[in-house]
Design a protein around this ligand. Sequence first.
Ligand SMILES: Nc1ncnc2c1ncn2[C@@H]1O[C@H](COP(=O)(O)OP(=O)(O)OP(=O)(O)O)[C@@H](O)[C@H]1O
Ligand SMILES: [Mg+2]
Length: 296
Amino acid sequence: MSSIIETKGITKLYGKTRAVDEVSINVNQGDIYGLIGKNGAGKTTLMKLLLGLAVPKSGTVKLFGGADLSRSRKRIGSLIEAPALYKNQTAFENMKRFSYFAPATDDEIKSILTFVGLGNTGWKRAGQFSLGMKQRLGIAIALLGRPDVLILDEPVNGLDPAGIKEIRDVILELNSKGVTFLISSHLLDELGKIATRYGIMANGRLVEEISAAQVEEECRGCLKVVTDDSFKAFNTLAAWRRDIKAEVYGNELQIKSPVEDSSVVASLLVNAGVRVYELKAENVGLENFFIERLGR
Ligand SMILES: Nc1ncnc2c1ncn2[C@@H]1O[C@H](COP(=O)(O)OP(=O)(O)OP(=O)(O)O)[C@@H](O)[C@H]1O
Ligand SMILES: [Mg+2]
């Protein structure tokens, strides 16, 4: 699998803040790579470093396997934070302006606008667009020049649920045609629907890089049990299976070892005199997986 984005020990300081600290990531051809982290973790800064919008203090970036960054960057479309739009111009006129950097014919522009759901905005100016419309226009601009890679910083920020789904479909369709994505988002459930790999950032550092399959594997068959006595529940289960992995969060016990038959757990607990209020056989959840790594 060929590497599309590769950094080695990349570091960016703002004053004394290590915004990006010795980060080595690897995005492969065809990935939808989800970058996750709390506010201030360094996601946007890392994207800016990749795009040449910020200069690293140290470390290296390779794009498409090579070190000729200015040429490679022409193959990357991006939307970083809010799109910088010409407020007094229409969606089409904005696209014309930006196509100066990434050439596109009028027909191509029209089809991109239709693709992102802005086919009917007519004479409305970008300054009068809703947040979601501006975001869509930002994505449309990123698509100019038929990029092989899209770097999208919080692309569904401000979109309504229907809009989020539309952007998801846009991403999946482009990905099926071979476009590689690096996407940051706080909406873990949403990211979980599309990402093939994740990079988890905290305090400028890359805490973990993990595939979606691995995340699923870790959570499969896990159980969430709400009882009147988490510790008694834990001890009961530990007596049943000595190697059981479980964590207590208040009245909630999260069993992290796969349990084949949740009814066995229920009857064990009830027989031990523990009141069981809730027992969920669904996975402990992508969200918990990340929260564990990022801290509560
Ligand atoms: N232009 C700047 N000048 C000074 N400090 C900055 C600048 N840009 C970012 N920082 C600092 O770098 C750190 C990382 O910021 P960054 O914007 O990359 O985080 P983020 O993960 O994108 O957060 P969010 O989820 O809120 O978008 C923060 O501590 C931030 O204050
Ligand atoms: Mg950010």
